[in-house]
Design a protein around this ligand. Structure first.
Ligand code: NAI
Ligand code: MG
Length: 360
């Protein structure tokens, strides 16, 4: 059966790293006999906005809704279009309307990459941050009164629903049960935030009763951030509300080195809508056009996408290909300048595709 993939490079280096992700995906498809059918779209980019006065066509949901997954580059060219317009007009629409309620980020220290944390080796850092992606602290409930007077008041409410919490917890527990350590950490702050966070803890407790094999612990968000830095080896799957997850999902990958290698996924686990796979980095206007962007984050997105589509072996082979090339080091492999090498985007992409092809 063929998988239909919508490819949306967006802006800047999105256009340089997407072709390398496709090259790697095609190598994996050939090796594992998968049918991947790519279709390219030019919307969700600032050039599209300048031509059409909007980031997306009116019927974008119809155009994209039937795809199995969206492979996304990056959006934003602040010199052409303000960031809040380009981001709200594209990526955030996808996340919201396709009910991508899981934001998933692997935090894995790869061979050949120096962690900013002293003395950490590959194997020491290997966990996932699972962030609730639709509600919580990022609500639109609230308002402003008496604006411009001494009585000025602003209120923004946190919205947590049982459905919203339970579905992200279920995803995180399921993920933890597929991993060898079977460990789940919950981010809370029930000592300070005295209504929603105790409720979050209650739901974690109840969900954990369905997963007796999982070792569960929880930390308040303040000490949890410290422990990401001090003891990253403690973690396996970390689950968090929207705000806490936002913070942790930047901190986690930052502990594993360059931004150029980090992937992320916005997932609708039921496959009712396509899920979206995008690197953590943005469009990097400062290096765009020089063919030196690191394509690994985007290639790793392809691996996560295959895993989500049920092709775990092919996804793992892509990750193995990335690790093999990184382990070879800049003497043997055309690593990009951010990794200390002198390779180009396309040379590194080609080396990884070759490693995926030769992996068996
Ligand atoms: P950025 O991630 O684009 O760049 C930050 C720094 O990291 C730059 O120095 C850049 O050269 C470097 N970098 C990023 N990706 C790299 C790669 N693959 N290889 C080597 N070096 C890399 O973040 P910045 O500069 O804050 O934002 C630029 C634009 O991207 C803005 O319009 C912003 O809104 C947008 N952006 C979009 C995101 C998305 O589409 N999800 C995420 C983050 C930023
Ligand atoms: Mg963030």
């Amino acid at each position: 059966m063929s998988q239909r993939i919508a490819v949306i490079p967006g802006d800047g280096i999105g256009n340089e790293v997407i072709p390398e992700s496709i090259r790697a995906l095609e190598a994996a498809a050939r090796r594992f006999d998968l049918q991947l059918d790519f279709r390219h779209f030019d919307f969700a980019s600032c050039d599209y906005y300048l031509n059409h006065g909007r980031m997306l066509p009116e019927d974008w949901k119809e155009q994209l809704g039937g795809f199995d997954a969206l492979l996304f580059g990056a959006v934003g060219m602040p010199e052409k279009v303000p960031d809040h317009i380009s981001l709200w007009g594209s990526l955030l629409q996808f996340r919201r309307h396709f009910d991508q309620y899981i934001n998933l980020r692997p935090c894995k220290l790869m061979p050949g990459i120096r962690s900013p944390l002293a003395g950490r080796e590959p194997g020491d850092i290997d966990f996932y941050v699972v962030r609730e992606n639709t509600e919580g602290e990022y609500s639109s409930v609230g308002g402003k009164m008496f604006e411009g007077t001494e009585r000025e008041v602003v209120i923004q409410d946190t919205v947590m629903t049982r459905i919203g919490i339970d579905r992200v917890l279920k995803y995180a527990f399921e993920l933890a049960s597929r991993r060898p350590r079977r460990k789940l950490t919950s981010a809370t702050k029930s000592n300070g935030i005295s209504i929603t966070m105790p409720y979050w803890d209650e739901r974690v407790q109840e969900m954990s009763e369905h997963y007796p094999n999982i070792d569960v612990d929880k930390f308040h968000i303040d000490i949890l951030t410290a422990n990401f830095v001090l003891h990253p080896d403690w973690f396996d799957v970390v689950v968090a509300s929207n705000l806490f997850g936002d913070i942790l999902s930047d901190l986690g990958p930052a502990c594993t080195g360059t931004i150029g290698v980090a992937p992320s996924a916005n997932i609708n686990p039921e496959h009712r809508f396509p899920s979206l796979f995008e690197p953590v980095h943005g469009s990097a206007p400062d290096i765009y056009g020089r063919n030196i962007a690191n394509p690994i984050g985007q290639i790793w997105c392809g691996a996560m996408m295959l895993e989500h589509l049920g092709h775990e072996k092919a996804g793992q082979a892509m990750l193995d290909g990335i690790e093999a090339v990184l382990a070879a080091g800049s003497d043997q492999a055309p690593l990009t300048p951010d990794l200390g090498g002198q390779g180009t985007t396309s040379e590194l992409g080609e080396a990884i595709a070759d490693a995926i092809r030769d992996g068996d």
